[in-house]
Design a protein around this ligand. Structure first.
Ligand SMILES: Nc1ncnc2c1ncn2[C@@H]1O[C@H](COP(=O)(O)OP(=O)(O)O)[C@@H](O)[C@H]1O
Ligand SMILES: [Mg+2]
Length: 247
């Protein structure tokens, strides 16, 4: 079940250029739930979109996913872990995300480069500058227009996950302190690039999270779009008079 958009919200979505939106947050924070919500809105507005999940999303990526989440590979070398996640992401960008964007589709991604910075950088304490360079290299520098961060208390998220039938995967088996560092790390990433992030309180009741998402998402999209318009107007102005002007 998704909440309905107003006519004016649908009109805004239709007017905007296709966006690449990523969803981040610890397991159980509500990413899949909000991706489902946004998918419902896009369907309602008859806008073409594609959903991806990480690791996976391609034939190669799904095999890498098996390796990455299999608890029998504990302990996995940290560098090897980064390479496997990044390999899956590189394949996903080239095979799925870029072609979809080139066809004018929206892309909704369940995790992307921020996940590596949060989990391996902040969670495992690896060199974040190195991780950033590896991400840039693996993705050809493709950045999302907007990143929705579900910030959720670790205990609440873990309680939601324990309601599931499946066995815990390799990452879910990490201790509480690890997930706390990942949560804090995500918030630091959001603070470093506030113009790209929409941070939602994912600890709240689902109807509240949905309502906040609906209100803030459309507003954030408009801001990112306006920002782009200003940049392209500025470059047109530079092109016209041949001089760089400050705006
Ligand atoms: N705000 C919320 N309050 C209560 N339960 C929630 C909330 N958001 C999600 N859930 C439930 O918690 C579980 C995990 O949510 P999900 O969207 O799958 O998280 P993620 O994709 O981030 O792991 C699901 O069963 C979902 O229905
Ligand atoms: Mg999910």
């Amino acid at each position: 079940m998704t909440t309905r958009l107003s006519r004016s919200e649908v009109a805004i979505l239709k007017r905007l250029a296709p966006r690449f939106v990523t969803f981040e947050g610890i397991d159980g924070s509500g990413k899949s739930t909000l991706i489902e919500e946004l998918s419902g809105w896009l369907k309602e507005a008859s806008i073409a979109f594609l959903r991806t999940r990480e690791p996976g999303g391609t034939r190669l990526g799904e095999q890498l996913r098996e390796l990455l989440l299999d608890p029998s590979f504990t302990p996995m070398n940290h560098q090897a872990e980064v390479m496997l996640y990044s390999a899956s992401r590189a394949q996903l960008v080239q095979e799925i995300i870029r072609p979809a964007m080139n066809r004018g589709m929206w892309v909704l991604a369940d995790r992307y480069t921020d996940a590596t910075l949060a989990y391996q950088g902040y969670g495992r304490g690896m060199d974040r500058k190195a991780l950033e360079r590896i991400q840039e290299w693996a993705t050809g520098g493709l950045q999302p227009h907007l990143t929705v961060l579900l910030d959720c208390e670790v205990m609440i998220a873990s309680r939601r996950m324990s309601g599931r039938k499946e066995k815990e995967d390799r990452i879910e088996q990490e201790d509480r302190d690890f997930h706390q560092r990942v949560r804090d790390g995500y918030l630091k990433l959001a603070r470093a690039t506030p113009e790209r992030f929409l941070v939602l309180d994912g600890s709240r009741a689902l109807d509240k999270v949905r309502a906040n998402f609906q209100r803030q998402f459309i507003a954030a999209l408009r801001r990112s779009y306006d920002g782009e318009q200003q940049t392209s107007n500025a470059s047109l102005a530079v092109g016209a008079n041949g001089r760089t002007t400050e705006s």
